[in-house]
Design a protein around this ligand. Structure first.
Ligand SMILES: CCCCCCCCCCCCC[C@@H](O)CC(=O)SCCNC(=O)CCNC(=O)[C@H](O)C(C)(C)COP(=O)(O)OP(=O)(O)OC[C@H]1O[C@@H](n2cnc3c(N)ncnc32)[C@H](O)[C@@H]1OP(=O)(O)O
Length: 342
């Protein structure tokens, strides 16, 4: 005897979902023809182990291709609508068949489904934007790192003296773009802390634009090489890690590198930046660049080097905040991974 199983349904603008209440279904046949669907299978349904069968005459045309997946408890069928849109009911007859009921687990009304579409579009746009941003930064920092490495091999120590002239344009571009990371954190585009991102971006750009960019005497100092090399050494791992994260993918070695090599690089990078600041102090004193003029009664001007002394203190505060942040991120990442593995 052929029986009818219970069938639950829900829809989206593009597709129809059917859930057939049959456990351990076998020999499943689902035929879709113009407006109709015919299902046949053996399994355990409301009337025990038997052959179950049903037919639906859809309200509007559907595409002939159909996908179905059988789990231990049910058979899930997805049918694609011929034209995107919202159906006022599933079947052509106004009285719905007795075996058919709404699938409240998947049920959305039209406005909820539209919101779901908008959310999907928003997510796709966000992923696309982040992927392109990370790709551009990866290419920029890779160019910097490879260029500096090749020049070091070819010109040896001499290459330390002309880093600014050969690399600074690319570094300016990458570091200006890095301001996006502060905005991403501030507007919740990514789950980063705003304070660590501000410290990172403002800290580096201060060194790049004020200490190196505006003081010509700093351009041919070897410290530029060390600062640029240490900055780019982390970024050639960090950005590809983010690129994979955009697609919820990861490569274990890359994840390990992203969350580990900051341990030596961050203190070394801060040290190199501090050396640059210290080397620039006498130059600022001498040239009076950026000095703050005072009223005649008090004196001539306050040298920018006072600000630099304060900045040196801020650097170590910033270093502490970001080391703590990176340590927490590392612990969170590897703890979650271990838990998932157990
Ligand atoms: C206004 C007052 C300013 C005062 C300034 C004072 C100056 C202080 C100076 C301090 C010294 C600075 C020294 C420094 O410049 C030296 C160096 O950089 S040396 C080189 C070594 N450096 C590093 O290793 C640091 C590299 N930078 C970073 O790691 C980040 O910039 C940092 C903000 C420090 C941390 O990153 P974040 O908070 O984003 O952590 P995660 O990477 O774990 O990300 C969290 C989650 O967000 C996702 N995410 C983040 N960004 C993206 C992206 N672009 N695309 C896609 N996804 C992204 C990420 O996947 C994580 O997701 P989940 O939680 O799901 O895993």
């Amino acid at each position: 005897m052929t029986l009818t199983p219970l069938v639950y349904w829900a829809q989206r603008h593009e597709e129809i979902f059917l859930r057939v209440e049959l456990t351990d279904a076998q020999n499943i046949v689902v035929d879709v023809h113009e407006n109709s669907l015919h299902f046949r299978a053996q399994g355990h349904g409301a009337k025990g182990q038997n052959e179950y069968d049903f037919r639906l005459e859809f309200l509007l045309p559907v595409k002939p291709e159909v996908t179905h997946k059988s789990t231990q408890r049910q058979v899930n069928i997805t049918v694609r609508k011929e034209q995107s849109g919202w159906w006022e009911r599933l079947v052509i007859q106004e009285r719905k068949p007795a075996f058919l009921a709404p699938d409240f687990d998947r049920w959305l009304d039209e406005s909820d489904a539209e919101m779901e579409i908008r959310e999907k579009v928003r997510l796709n746009l966000k992923t696309g934007f982040l992927f392109v941003y990370n790709l551009v930064q990866f290419l920029g920092f890779s160019w910097i790192f490879v260029n500096m490495t090749v020049r070091l091999f070819i010109f040896g120590q001499d290459s330390l003296y002309d880093t600014f002239h050969t690399i600074s344009d690319a570094m300016f571009l990458c570091q200006v773009l890095a301001a996006v990371e502060v905005l991403n954190a501030a507007f919740g585009v990514v789950r980063s802390g705003v304070v660590p991102a501000v410290i990172q971006v403002v800290g580096r750009n201060f060194i790049l634009f004020i200490i190196f960019g505006s003081v010509e005497e700093m351009h041919n100092k070897p410290v530029v090489f060390f600062v640029f090399y240490l900055w780019s050494a982390i970024e050639i791992f960090r950005y590809p890690f983010y690129m994979l994260a955009c697609f919820n993918t990861e490569w274990k070695t890359l994840t390990w590198l992203r969350y580990t090599i900051w341990i030596p690089l961050y203190p070394l990078g801060t040290l190199a930046e501090a050396v640059a600041v210290i080397q620039s102090i006498p130059i600022f004193d001498e040239t009076k660049l950026f000095s703050i003029p005072l009223p005649k009664a008090i004196g001539t001007s306050v040298s920018f080097s006072y600000i630099l002394h304060i900045y040196l203190l801020l650097m170590f505060l910033g270093l502490f905040i970001n080391l703590r942040h990176l340590y927490k991120q590392r612990k969170k990442r590897f703890r979650t991974k271990k838990r998932k593995a157990n």
